[in-house]
Design a protein around this ligand. Structure first.
Ligand SMILES: Cc1cc2nc3c(=O)[nH]c(=O)nc-3n(C[C@H](O)[C@H](O)[C@H](O)COP(=O)(O)OP(=O)(O)OC[C@H]3O[C@@H](n4cnc5c(N)ncnc54)[C@H](O)[C@@H]3O)c2cc1C
Ligand SMILES: *[C@@H]1O[C@H](CO)[C@@H](O)[C@H](O)[C@H]1NC(C)=O
Ligand SMILES: *[C@@H]1O[C@H](CO)[C@@H](O)[C@H](O)[C@H]1NC(C)=O
Ligand SMILES: *[C@@H]1O[C@H](CO)[C@@H](O)[C@H](O)[C@H]1NC(C)=O
Ligand SMILES: *[C@@H]1O[C@H](CO)[C@@H](O)[C@H](O)[C@H]1NC(C)=O
Ligand SMILES: *[C@@H]1O[C@H](CO)[C@@H](O)[C@H](O)[C@H]1NC(C)=O
Length: 615
């Protein structure tokens, strides 16, 4: 194999052999190969900088579970890459126990999922899957692409004064990375020469006027002010188009995913491998199966007032050394060594691991670090705070027969939305999706019918990622504190959406009707006596789930003590260290974070290379 992907063993030998006299040194070290770190490392190497990309997982790029997008549910369940974080949604233990898919350890690698655990089962919490693999969660996700709201970008300008974040300036990063595989060349809103393939679904089914799904879709259009006679065209609307006032447009859309039209997943994995394989021999090295345990600092930088400088990382080599890995064997450790960066260290471990790595390195809230005897390098109270996520919920029913339909995607505004912006991204179809737990999703058989909803613009950012110990092999303690601020308003919006979508199902007609709703209002569709808004709000409060964690090391203003990063992704109060991944977002970007985070990575690449040229 001509790739310079070093196995953990080779890497360890190489480091220890040269360490004393000539420590292993790169220009840049990037920690984590997901949508934040992966493209960034490739870009730095392509700009000529000697770059090391460190990834805790392995490379599954050729494994069909990951390579074929249709297998995404298997991928997210696969032990080969799965990191299980057992999170909380609130401080209230009683509320946590009412989550229908709360999970218990029943020993020997088995789980019980539900509210009536067998005796002796140990409560774990809510499974929050992450992929430890080359390409990060872009290798097991649903690959759904949508752009942030313009206000999500403009907020950074407001907070930091950095006008390079203005929304109108951001599309260029999307165009740089996109390799559009669904629209004829020449569409000015899109890119055709980037590394990320995008594809859209086949929506020709929508022309079959006698299909149940078309009747439902027409009703969805009618209820949201669209022309029901045009649904076959509306459902081919480009969800990534550059429409003026895009955030205010309610429309049916064709779902876009990061894949080729051949159904092969496209992700940072492809870009990293293409960079390694390029005949230009870009100076990129990838170390797989390597856990970064901390960032190393030089705190004796000469001048008394000079901030500490990141100079490298400490690593633990070996597979499954992190305890989130279900394959981890208790007590197993790997060899520990150090690698140095002459320019910068960039942490891109994702919204859970980036704050953990910073804290383990002495960058974080002083009291928390001191509790674990971690030497404080920089007291930065915002690290691990402000964690936020899109709230998700679904309404699920069984038809009397299978519902003939393809996928119906719509973004719309519910009537009490606080701004003019649309606030719900829904996709409806003959599938079930109720969140995450070991073995998800439940198969309710061929008659299952779901509208899954992602709420846009959660009003709360009250979650936290806290250390459990100073042991880098430990997982952090994660609590999202859902609905803590503005929760009643967010729940109201979600209930309005559920009511509208349920109303559309009533147009299904025979033979699919009557639907039996499973939740939130069990019973024959529309006949449930207790299907009040209050009861549904309570259901979604307890059963909402999420998988777009963001904002745990957020960009913020100079005078905001909770700001972790400046607008150039630099960690405040230290030199030579940045965070580039979903944790940098000051708000959850739009409905789906993966494409926005890849755009952010592209922007960071430009910023970092510009700084290097200045120096
Ligand atoms: C099941 C699932 C489905 C999803 N579906 C969608 C979707 O359809 N559309 C969408 O927009 N978003 C989706 N998401 C979310 C999206 O994939 C993430 O927001 C995105 O991948 C975040 O990118 P990131 O770079 O911040 O972190 P990650 O993708 O988590 O990447 C972080 C990488 O860092 C590595 N790492 C972490 N700690 C260390 C360490 N200490 N040492 C070395 N390496 C380390 C990890 O192994 C990982 O590879 C989904 C997420 C999940 C879990
Ligand atoms: C930015 O600030 C301006 C002026 O105060 C305000 O009108 C606008 O709504 C703000 N935008 C965002 C996204 O915060
Ligand atoms: C729809 O109508 C076409 C043409 O009349 C027919 O062939 C097809 O079987 C019908 N499909 C359904 C699902 O009823
Ligand atoms: C730390 O910085 C000082 C001042 O620049 C330098 O003399 C010293 O060699 C550095 N130490 C390390 C370990 O890099
Ligand atoms: C921190 O150090 C003190 C003094 O050595 C020790 O008593 C304490 O147990 C340590 N705490 C932790 C969490 O390791
Ligand atoms: C309505 O009542 C049924 C039966 O008691 C219950 O299972 C269901 O959860 C209730 N629905 C709501 C929305 O509270």
């Amino acid at each position: 194999m001509r790739y310079r992907i070093l196995s953990a063993l080779v890497a360890t030998v190489a480091v220890s052999a040269v360490h004393a006299a000539d420590p292993e040194t790169y220009d840049y070290i990037v920690v984590g190969s997901g949508p934040g770190g992966g493209p960034l490392a490739a870009n730095l190497a392509r700009a000529g900088y000697k770059t090391l990309l460190i990834e805790a997982g392995g490379d599954e790029g050729d494994n069909p579970t990951y390579a074929d997008l249709a297998n995404f549910n298997e991928a997210a369940n696969d032990e080969a890459t799965r990191w299980d974080f057992w999170v909380k949604h609130s401080e209230d233990p009683a509320r946590e126990l009412q989550f229908h898919h709360t999970t218990w350890d029943t020993g020997g690698g088995t789980f019980y999922v539900g509210n009536d655990p067998p005796a002796g089962a140990k409560h774990l919490g809510i499974q929050y899957p992450r992929a430890a693999v080359l390409g990060g969660c872009a290798m097991h996700n649903g690959a759904v692409c949508s752009l942030p709201q313009d206000s999500d970008w403009d907020l950074v300008v407001n907070k930091t004064g950095d006008t390079s974040w203005e929304a109108h300036n951001m599309r260029k990063y999307f165009k740089q990375i996109e390799q559009n595989d669904y629209l004829a060349a020449g569409n000015a809103a899109h890119g055709y020469n980037g590394w990320l393939k995008t594809t859209a679904g086949d929506v020709s089914w929508a022309k079959n006027d006698n299909w149940t799904g078309v009747r439902i879709m027409k009703k969805m259009a009618e209820l949201t002010g669209q022309d029901p006679t045009k649904v076959a065209d509306l459902i081919n609307t480009d969800i990534l188009a550059d429409d003026k006032n895009r955030d205010q447009i309610t429309s049916l859309y064709n779902m876009v995913q990061h894949a080729g039209k051949d159904g092969k997943r496209s992700s940072p994995n492809n870009y990293i491998r293409a960079t390694l394989a390029d005949a230009a021999k870009y100076p990129l090295t990838v170390k797989l199966h390597t856990l970064v345990t901390k960032v190393l600092f030089n705190t004796t930088t000469g001048m008394a007032a000079a901030p500490p400088r990141a100079i490298g990382v400490e690593i633990m080599s070996g597979e499954s050394v992190y305890k989130a890995d279900p394959k981890h064997v208790a007590g197993t450790k790997g060899p520990v060594s150090k690698i140095y960066a002459s320019r910068e260290v960039i942490v891109s471990g994702g919204a859970f691991n980036s704050p953990q790595i910073l804290k383990l390195s002495g960058v974080g809230p002083r009291a928390e670090l001191e509790k674990f005897n971690i030497t404080v390098v920089k007291d930065l109270p915002g690290v691990g705070e402000g964690l936020a996520d899109n709230y998700e919920g679904s309404i699920l029913a069984l038809g009397a027969v299978p519902v003939d339909a393809g996928l119906i995607t719509m973004i719309f505004r519910t009537k009490s939305a606080p701004t003019k912006n649309r606030n719900i991204f829904t996709w409806c179809g003959a599938f079930s999706f109720e969140g995450f737990w070991p073995g998800f999703p439940t198969d309710y058989g061929p008659n299952q019918w779901t509208c899954a909803m992602v709420h846009i613009g959660p009003k709360s950012r009250a979650g936290s990622v806290l250390l459990r110990s100073a042991d880098p092999q430990d997982t952090p303690d994660i609590n999202f504190r859902f609905f803590e601020h503005g929760g009643d308003q967010d729940l109201k919006e979600i209930v309005e959406a559920a009511n509208l979508l349920r109303e559309s199902w009533k147009a299904a007609g025979a033979p699919a009707a009557p639907f039996q709703e499973l939740h939130p209002c069990p019973g024959e569709l529309g006949k449930s006596a207790n299907c009040t808004d209050a009861a549904q709000a309570e259901f979604f409060k307890l059963q909402a789930y999420s998988h777009h964690a963001a904002s745990s090391c957020a960009i913020g203003a100079d005078d905001d003590k909770m700001a972790v990063l400046d607008s150039k992704f630099r960690v405040r109060g230290v030199n030579g260290l940045r965070v580039v991944d979903a944790s940098a977002w000051p708000v959850v970007p739009g409905a789906f974070p993966v494409l926005p985070t890849m755009m952010l990575s592209q922007k960071a690449s430009e910023d970092i290379i510009a700084d290097a040229k200045k120096a």
